[in-house]
Ligand binder design. Sequence first.
Ligand SMILES: C[S@@+](CC[C@H](N)C(=O)[O-])C[C@H]1O[C@@H](n2cnc3c(N)ncnc32)[C@H](O)[C@@H]1O
Length: 424
Amino acid sequence: MAASDKTLRDDPPGVPARRAALRLLDAVLRRGQPIEAALHNATQGITHAPDRALAHALAAEVLRRLPDLDALIDSATRQPLPPDAKARSVLRLALAGALQLRTPPHAAIATVLPLVDGGPRKLVHGVFGTLMRANATLPAVPALPADVADRWTAQWGEQLVAAARGLIAAPPPLDLSLKQPLADAPDGASLAPGHRRIPAGSDIAAADGFATGDWWVQDLAASIPVRLIGRGRGRALDLCAAPGGKTLQLAAAGWAVTSLDISASRLARLSENLARTGLSAEIVTADALAWSPDVPFDAVLLDAPCSATGIFRRHPDVLHRARPAFIAEMAELQSRLLARAADWVRPGGTLVYATCSLEPAEGEAQLALFLANRSDYRIVPATTAELPAGIVPGADGTVRTLPTMLVEQGGVDGFFVARLARAD
Ligand SMILES: C[S@@+](CC[C@H](N)C(=O)[O-])C[C@H]1O[C@@H](n2cnc3c(N)ncnc32)[C@H](O)[C@@H]1O
């Protein structure tokens, strides 16, 4: 038996989930891993599914409220704890449990103290006790990490930062993409053809039309790239396709789809999604930097890997991982992928480039660089009629969704989308 399994087995109830949450925080904050990618390793040895879910929820809550939790901790310590001190992470977990997840305070602290055995137990206990006795609370509107707030203020202005803070205060609603206009789907607002918006926390698996595969969960902004490709008129390549929301849209729109991704495990989820919805696509597991098609496509969608800062509402780990060096690394990968994708579009065909990022380096600047190098491509401007209500194209015909949009309706993810045509 692995040492970690033994520790987990010997832990009192509630502790294994905190131990796993601590590993998740370490994976995200120190190693820059996405929380989903770290989940399998971090929860190894935990057989009770609710404990795995609790570990994920606790770590995600800490990441969502990190600056505010740290401000509370700092208000109760004479010497600030180093940012990477284990005592700080453990206090973050105890406070997130007690203040956000309604864990009774005595349980919130008792379940983290074993994580600092042989370490600063007294300090952790003392700081937590001081804050509980003072009835400490977190501010209603969360703070963003200072570097993200500064970058987004410089890029988009203070209004965007204020809107982004408002959006992470509460879980976002869920958007559904319908397979057909008359699909069986739960009631909800419709902000575009084939769209429904339902409340956060809805029980997806029990909702009307899930079992019959009539819809899939997909943020409204994420549906824009395929809206711009339109109804099927031939063969489409969905490059970087998994887990497959856009493949499903393309297949439902009548395209003969080839879906390529480097990740076999993510493609397995794409296959499950195809099976549930009764849609089909040819699946290719390959590195797009090494693969080439035999015949060019009528349409190519490159939903490129990116910093994913546009999906911070559901994935607060991106706020802590997307440092400038990572954004630059992703932008470099996007240029290489875009150059290859452009060669796989037939003359007269369509190329759509998209990223779920709020970083211009991965959107506007990437497109400018591409157009400077490829005189055989031009922008085909998006029209307001093609876009969800409340979203309008930019002056150059590209689409940029921001946290300041559709705020009253629950917001949208941040995306950049450009539709291009290759010269005949
Ligand atoms: C933004 S996600 C795609 C989301 C997907 N289009 C959807 O709608 O569900 C980016 C994808 O790029 C894939 N990827 C990253 N590098 C790649 C490469 N060199 N070749 C192919 N796929 C790659 C990742 O595995 C990931 O699934």
